[in-house]
Design a protein around this ligand. Structure first.
Ligand SMILES: Nc1ncnc2c1ncn2[C@@H]1O[C@H](COP(=O)(O)OP(=O)(O)OP(=O)(O)O)[C@@H](O)[C@H]1O
Length: 333
């Protein structure tokens, strides 16, 4: 079991309020990801759940039990950090088993759990090595292994992949997804990487300046963002925002259009414009246009497209995929 309930969590450092009343329900077995701009309070929220920071007010319950006054080691939580935090003088095996040893777990039980975790993470060949003799990806797997052997109610991950190179990030991301499926454990994960959030999460929590902007599945956030902040934050390249009056749309202040919801033609279409810059990515082509009607417009086309800077083009939005926002930036349904 590993459910989590946060009620009105507030946290201030001095008179700087970093968390401004966070409410959240995490179900047993859910994979929940916190995203948001730098400094919005993601890590502070995670550390508060772990007990590494004390909330200024509010309540934290794990499996229905209030834990606000429970020390970190007694909360049934295991945390994986960006920096791995391994002991350099201990072998992989001893790093993984240390927490259990300190908790007085019998030796054969430690052996069994370390063997199982190292098999899950393909770490068997490295058990006798020290952290300095491992790659960054292997070190992070040891850090994850150390969390697994504790059989926690909750796994907390603080940007675990951000020290890895691009290829290794993808590989380790897949491993974490697989691990979540096989352990059926509750995982809470902080990242600033959109793709990680979209691909791993059952539920994404979008934070902004210490408050929740929206909570939903990746596709809910993508298809039905509650406001312009979420609309602009989720999706890459970013959604285009156009003043509604320029499009003759009454009843809305801004219109949002995702770059992938715009078609392009050399002959005809809704908005005539000029290509400012073209990014040919192979699988996709990203074009930056300047049109008289919309101003700057980002367009994402599938596959290789032979558009280049200074080409004159016509852009046409998919009318069914427009997002409408009111003067306060809230989505109009
Ligand atoms: N120990 C501390 N003392 C004072 N201020 C702090 C402390 N820890 C964090 N803060 C401040 O709290 C705010 C939120 O920090 P936090 O690390 O939670 O943000 P974040 O969303 O995780 O950012 P990033 O994506 O850059 O890691 C920041 O303004 C930060 O400077």
């Amino acid at each position: 079991m590993g459910s989590l309930q946060l009620k009105s969590i507030r946290k201030a450092f001095g008179n700087h309020e970093v968390l401004k009343g966070i409410d959240l329900e995490v179900k047993d077995g859910e994979f929940v990801i916190f995203v948001g701009p730098s400094g919005c309070g993601k890590s502070t929220l995670l550390r508060t759940i772990a007990g590494l920071e004390d909330a200024t007010s509010g309540s934290i319950a794990i499996d229905g039990q209030e834990v606000s006054n429970t020390p970190p080691a007694k909360r049934g939580i295991a945390m994986v950090f960006q920096s791995y935090a391994l002991y350099p003088h201990l072998t992989v095996k001893d790093n993984m088993g240390l927490g259990l040893k300190q908790a007085g777990t019998p030796k054969d039980e430690i052996e069994k759990r370390v063997a199982k975790a190292s098999s899950m993470l393909s770490l068997e060949p490295y058990l006798a090595r020290r952290p300095a003799e491992l790659s960054g990806g292997q070190r992070q797997r040891v850090a994850i292994g150390r969390a697994i052997v504790r059989e926690p109610k909750l796994f907390l991950f603080d940007e675990p992949l951000s020290n890895l190179d691009a290829a290794l990030r993808v590989q380790t991301r897949l491993e974490i997804a697989r691990l979540h499926r096989s352990l059926k454990a509750t995982m809470i994960y902080v990242t600033h990487d959109q793709v990680e959030a979209m691909t791993l999460a059952d539920k994404i929590v979008v934070l902004n300046a210490g408050a929740v902007e929206q909570i939903g599945s990746p596709m809910e956030l993508y298809n039905r963002p509650a406001n312009m902040f979420v609309a602009g934050f989720i999706g890459s390249p970013q959604m285009n925002f156009i003043d509604a009056t320029r499009l003759g749309e009454s009843g809305a202040k801004s219109i949002g259009i995702r770059p992938e919801h715009i078609a392009l033609s050399r002959e005809s279409g809704d908005w005539k414009g000029k290509v400012i810059h073209a990014e040919h990515l192979g699988a996709d082509t990203i074009l930056y246009l300047e049109t008289e009607t919309t101003g700057l417009l980002t367009v994402r086309l599938f596959g290789e497209q032979h558009y280049h800077a200074d080409d004159i083009v016509y852009a046409s939005p998919d009318r069914a995929s427009l997002h409408r926002f009111d003067g306060d930036g809230r989505a109009i349904r």
